[in-house]
Design a binder for this molecule. Structure first.
Ligand code: GSH
Length: 209
């Protein structure tokens, strides 16, 4: 049995999408962000010490960190159809994009959110380091897509699901419109029936707009 501890407007939306793509049955436990702070409610700390989302329970094992969750579930479920096997020539690229999302691309996007809270005091940092780093990462991802919609070997994999939150965060605050390949891939993601079913399960997801 798989339980997804799902925070509204968050990274856990992509776990729902992954499970819909895999056709794996799961339960959703919903948590609401605090309207003022946007933080997760304290009940999530009872599930995992960090109190962050996503967290899943897989046959009683609690697992956090979306990259680990996506990698683990993609390998384990549906015959590994959304994973890339260790002996596949595309394996290195698969792991690269799977880890690039949270390991590299999200950091400057999050810094923009936090440093933005400083107002004028953060302007220099924003212009000298944060905006150029956002562009560095998004331009790299945009170029990697080329004319295709998928990051790995021109086929849809779990790495595309993991990368989707980067595209959503970039849409919200990173100037996604400057990267036409990312815009096109994001639209292709959203047209998938499983993506739409995940929205039904997870409730409103404004980051997808
Ligand atoms: N790198 C972690 C980040 C987890 C994370 O920060 N999740 C956010 C949701 S997008 C969260 O729970 N925020 C609420 C909070 O920090 O209270 C992952 O990918 O799972």
């Amino acid at each position: 049995m798989i339980i997804v501890h799902h925070l509204n407007e968050s990274r856990s939306q992509r776990i729902l999408w992954l499970l819909e793509e895999l056709g794996t049955p799961y339960e959703v436990k919903n948590y609401e962000r605090n309207a003022q702070t946007r933080l997760a409610p304290p009940e999530l700390k009872a599930v995992h010490p960090l109190g962050k989302s996503p967290v899943v329970e897989i046959d009683g094992k609690v697992l956090g960190e979306s990259g680990a969750i996506v990698e683990y579930l993609a390998e384990r479920e549906a015959g590994g159809k959304l994973a890339v096997a260790p002996n596949d020539p595309a394996r290195a690229d698969y792991l690269y994009w799977l880890h690039f999302a949270e390991g590299s691309a999200m950091l400057p996007l999050l810094l923009k959110l936090y440093v933005g809270m400083l107002g004028e005091a953060g302007n220099t940092l924003m212009q000298m380091r944060i905006e150029p780093e956002i562009d560095n990462h998004l331009a790299h991802a945009n170029a990697a897509l080329g004319e295709g919609n998928y990051f790995v070997a021109n086929r849809f994999t779990a790495a595309d699901i993991e990368m989707s939150f980067v595209l959503d965060a970039a849409k919200m605050r990173g100037g996604l419109e400057r990267y036409p390949n990312l815009v096109r891939a994001r639209a292709a993601n959203q047209a998938r029936p499983a993506y739409q079913r995940a929205l039904q399960r997870g409730g409103e997801y404004k980051m997808g707009q």
